[in-house]
Design a protein around this ligand. Structure first.
Ligand SMILES: C[S@@+](CC[C@H](N)C(=O)[O-])C[C@H]1O[C@@H](n2cnc3c(N)ncnc32)[C@H](O)[C@@H]1O
Length: 232
């Protein structure tokens, strides 16, 4: 596999979730006509799904390489918070085939997609039906897929081995929103990986915090950290 199979509707979501997938021409249009036209017109009708599928695959493969050494054989259940379509999880599934995936996401697309800190956590860009279709189209067995709507569902409550949240938790919205939930679903061995601009803050929350990547080119100049064991 060197590309994802991606229907048009999913390609639109991928671009909204990862603006770097848009080519320079599309970015220019976004600048000229604004976010509303870009999100509701351009991404609906003027995307080349095949090339988005290829670029999305390459981007997710690079993300996978930053995490690969932390994914262990005995990690059976993975929780992804704000995974978007789940391209990263498809790659994990290809490499290991024995993991079950739990996704917590949202089921709407904001009218004007903004990429910045969202203190009220209103911004979202997903469609859970499209996400499920995308995962199964790319060979994730439907028995391994568990998708939860953050706004409407009771979230899964058992101990996870690994929690992943790229460019979502504490990147777009406050960690606090999930703090109590994460305490409930983790034990001392659970690895929690996410991107943040305030890595040091988490030394007061977790027993161990390790930086595994520093991004100076993103909007937020963030760090990817891997945390273990809540202190209280
Ligand atoms: C910038 S995208 C990143 C998507 C994916 N992790 C990636 O790296 O491509 C942020 C995602 O977080 C989701 N999101 C926003 N608020 C959320 C919440 N409270 N819980 C879970 N997901 C959320 C959005 O719908 C969106 O798909």
């Amino acid at each position: 596999m060197n590309s994802f199979i991606i229907p048009k509707q999913a390609a639109r979501l991928a671009v909204l979730q990862r603006i770097e997938l848009a080519n320079p021409f599309l970015l220019k249009i976004r600048k000229l006509f604004g976010r509303y036209i870009f999100s509701n017109l351009v991404t609906k009708y003027f995307l080349n799904a095949n090339s988005i599928g290829k670029r999305y695959y390459e981007t997710m493969l690079n993300e996978f390489l930053t995490l690969e050494k932390f994914i262990e054989q005995n990690h059976k259940s993975i929780l992804s918070i704000g995974a978007g379509l789940g391209g990263l999880e498809i790659i994990i599934n290809q490499k290991y085939n024995d993991k079950t995936f739990f996704f917590i996401e949202r089921n709407y697309v904001s009218k004007k997609v903004k990429y910045g800190w969202d203190s009220s956590n209103n911004e979202a860009y997903n469609d859970l039906k499209v996400q499920k279709e995308f995962l199964t189209l790319n060979q994730m067995d439907h028995k391994k897929i568990n998708i939860f709507d953050y706004d409407h569902d009771i979230l899964p409550e058992f101990k996870f081995d690994l929690v992943i949240s790229l460019l979502s938790l504490d990147y777009h919205y406050d960690f606090q929103i999930y703090q109590n939930y994460l305490k409930k679903i983790s034990n001392t061995d659970t690895l929690i990986i996410f991107d943040t601009i305030r890595a040091d803050y988490f030394k007061k929350i977790f027993k161990s915090v390790e930086t595994i990547r520093t991004d100076i080119n993103t909007v937020h100049k963030s760090k990817r950290i891997i945390c273990r064991g809540f202190l209280t």
